[in-house]
Ligand binder design. Structure first.
Ligand code: AMP
Length: 293
């Protein structure tokens, strides 16, 4: 695997395989790799000829400086893991490479970005995500880009970006990878102390409680949400939101019919965690996770 620091160097490296008709994959990340990231890379490896992983901590998408400073930076280890997963190029530019002096452009996708994660982080968060992803698409020119269902709202914004601006890239949204006890893998899990790690399980348990309620016939979103919130409250985590939304639009549902996406965010100690699960009125197991396929 080759580590590339500059945009011209990456374009040069990709020019020849592109001319030869190679299928190019991009996996955008902010590093601190875990099995979730590696699953995206492995899928890209299986489906494409050239795999590019970007590792860039995109400062403008952080709404709090403390969160940006606390974000794990483990490039040497990341580089080893990506190489072992069959990645061809790790694109790890400096901030000045991506945001040169005088940078003044923003890509704003006007799906409701002030709800859910956007309510806490501000709509500027998703504008910053759309901007950096557009830049990465323009730099790499991937045939396919891989994102995780873990960040469901982000995946929704990116799919809309690609559709609205006719960007010539296919978007693959990959299942959530979890720890054996159900906690969704996240770079932020490393910030949890032992007691917080136990409390963090409440997010998954709340989703399961909601799934159980739906499986047992409950169709009122408010009642289902209350059951989930009780689980979160008992665990002593600070719930930011628990919402049932339509999977295609992320609009809140008035009635549970077919599939609904349950989205949760909570503050565990000083760490912000999110998770989600697709709940269905038609399965017998109570819930299906698009992430556990
Ligand atoms: P990040 O480095 O946190 O920006 O994540 C990079 C990509 O990995 C995003 O598309 C995330 O949605 C995805 N991702 C993060 N955690 C997981 C997980 N547990 N399972 C699957 N994908 C994930």
């Amino acid at each position: 695997m080759i580590v590339v620091r500059t945009i011209p160097a990456l374009r040069d490296a990709l020019a020849k395989p592109r001319r030869a008709g190679a299928r190019i994959a991009l996996v955008p990340t902010m590093g601190a790799f875990h099995e979730g990231h590696l699953s995206l890379m492995a899928r890209a490896r299986a489906q494409c000829d050239v795999v590019v992983v970007s590792l860039f901590i995109n400062a403008p998408q952080f709404n709090e400086t403390s969160d940006l400073l606390a974000y794990p930076r483990t490039e040497a280890r990341d580089s080893e893991l990506a190489g072992a997963t069959g990645v061809d190029y790790l694109f790890a530019p400096a901030a000045a490479e991506m945001y040169p002096e005088g940078f003044a452009s923003t890509v704003a996708v006007d799906v409701p970005v002030d709800r859910l994660e956007g309510r806490r982080r501000g709509s500027a968060h998703f504008h910053a995500v759309a901007t950096i992803v557009t830049k990465l698409f323009n730099i790499v020119g991937p045939d396919v880009a891989y994102f995780g269902q873990k960040d469901a709202q982000q995946a929704h914004v990116i799919k809309r970006l690609v559709r609205d601006l006719d960007l010539p890239v296919a978007i693959e949204v990959c299942p959530i990878v979890r720890e054996p006890d159900g906690l969704a893998m996240s770079s932020r899990n490393a910030q949890l102390d032992l007691a917080e790690r136990v409390r963090a399980l409440a997010l998954h348990q709340a989703l399961s409680a909601a799934g159980d309620a739906v499986a047992s016939g409950e169709r009122d979103p408010f009642t289902v949400t209350q059951r989930a919130r009780t689980v979160l409250d008992r665990a002593g985590v600070v719930t930011e939101y628990f919402e049932l939304v339509a999977p295609a639009t992320l609009a809140p549902v008035q009635q549970i019919d077919g599939s609904v996406l349950a989205l949760v965010a909570a503050q565990v100690g000083s760490t912000h965690l999110i998770d989600n699960e697709l709940l269905s009125t038609v399965t017998t197991a109570g819930s299906t996770d698009p992430g556990s396929a």
